[in-house]
Design a protein around this ligand. Structure first.
Ligand code: FAD
Length: 318
């Protein structure tokens, strides 16, 4: 039977209730964001029977140390939560650049004050001084760039977007935690076609993964599909087009919804038409859940291998 303790105190938990909601109901100030087991903001440690789904996406070392995701943890037996919330120390970062890449996309460059090891395409959680926490994919290349680069979409009434657009200045200090996730280039894929698909700021991890793959000597073809609702949303398009001219094996396929230009249109349609042999390639799919989940499912049904379909869904904070 499920039972829960936190700080050696019993916490009531109902059958089929997740640990995060039980902790919150008991007044524990447990940080959280997506509540879907993706953003890892609630990453915590426990002793006891941790269900496998509460450790999905964590490293072997984290699993062995009892790290788990309370938001998707429905215990079946006794569970002792040792620490709720940020189990990873925060790293202080200084804001070194804030630029507009598109009318609703800001590029943020952050200089870590302590070593911050990551792979391009992983994500981190960014924290404001007033406690707003959001996940962002990392677009920079650690070997070449001393800063962490994030591409942030500005949403109407967005708390983090509003903070960045209106209150943040170069020189300010913020905190980041991470890195998280497994959406990064794997050298085992070096000879395979690499297909990168994203819409909007889904380009952030892809920009990092693309440059990481090229710098590690990827030998197979690489095709990057970037979708946007408006032409102005196709940011970094000049850089990507220049790279495609330079690198024979790299193709850039911009897609503007509803546009009638040569390579334009719906990004999902472009991918499914442009990838006739899905089983041969490795995929990275990033951005909003509707697109990512639809493309992932369609590619899987056409023969793409699940292990080679890496995806990061940009779930909103709950
Ligand atoms: C693993 C991961 C990686 C991510 N990487 C990035 C990234 O690289 N770049 C990036 O811009 N974002 C990314 N996100 C999303 C990001 O964490 C925030 O959710 C987003 O920036 C909105 O935060 P906000 O505080 O500005 O808006 P909020 O205050 O959270 O939301 C404002 C309003 O917009 C709505 N809303 C939130 N998200 C969406 C959406 N996607 N579509 C429509 N409405 C929405 C909310 O419901 C609310 O009404 C990622 C998310 C995850 C889980």
């Amino acid at each position: 039977m499920a039972s829960l303790t936190f700080d050696d105190r019993p916490v009531p938990i109902a059958p089929n209730q997740d640990v995060l909601s039980a902790l919150l109901a008991a007044g524990v100030d447990a940080p959280h964001s997506c509540r879907a087991g993706i953003c890892q903001t609630c990453l915590s440690r426990a002793e006891g029977e941790i269900p496998a789904e509460a450790q999905r996406g964590l490293s072997k070392a984290q699993k062995e140390q009892g790290y788990f995701l309370p938001c998707v943890c429905v215990p079946k037996g006794p569970l002792k939560v040792l620490r709720a919330g940020p189990s990873l120390e925060a790293t202080e970062v200084g804001v070194c650049a804030i630029d507009r890449l598109a009318p609703t996309v800001v590029r943020l460059r952050l200089e870590p004050c302590a070593p911050f090891a990551y792979r391009p395409g992983q994500f981190l959680s960014l924290e404001t001084p007033d406690g707003c926490v959001r996940s962002y994919s990392i677009a920079s290349l650690p070997e070449a760039e001393a800063f962490l680069e994030l591409h942030v979409r500005l949403l109407p009434n967005g708390r983090m977007g509003g903070f960045i657009a209106e209150r943040l200045s170069v020189g300010d200090r913020l905190a980041v935690r991470g890195p998280f996730g497994a959406c990064y280039y794997d050298e085992a894929d070096r000879d395979r076609p690499l297909v990168l698909v994203g819409a909007g700021t889904g380009l952030a991890p892809l920009w990092g993964i693309l440059r990481d793959a090229l710098s590690r000597g990827h030998r197979g073809p690489i095709r990057l599909y970037h979708g946007a609702r408006e032409r102005s949303g196709l940011y970094l398009s000049e850089e990507l087009a220049a790279l495609a001219r330079e690198r024979e094996r790299f193709s850039y396929i911009p897609c503007v919804l509803g546009s009638l230009g040569a390579a334009d249109g719906d990004v999902e349609k472009a991918v499914l038409e442009g990838e006739p042999q899905p089983d041969a390639a490795s995929y990275f799919l990033c951005g909003g859940g509707d697109l990512v989940n639809r493309v992932k499912r369609a590619l899987f049904l056409r023969g793409a291998q699940l292990a080679r379909l890496r995806a990061d869904v940009f779930l909103p904070a709950s």
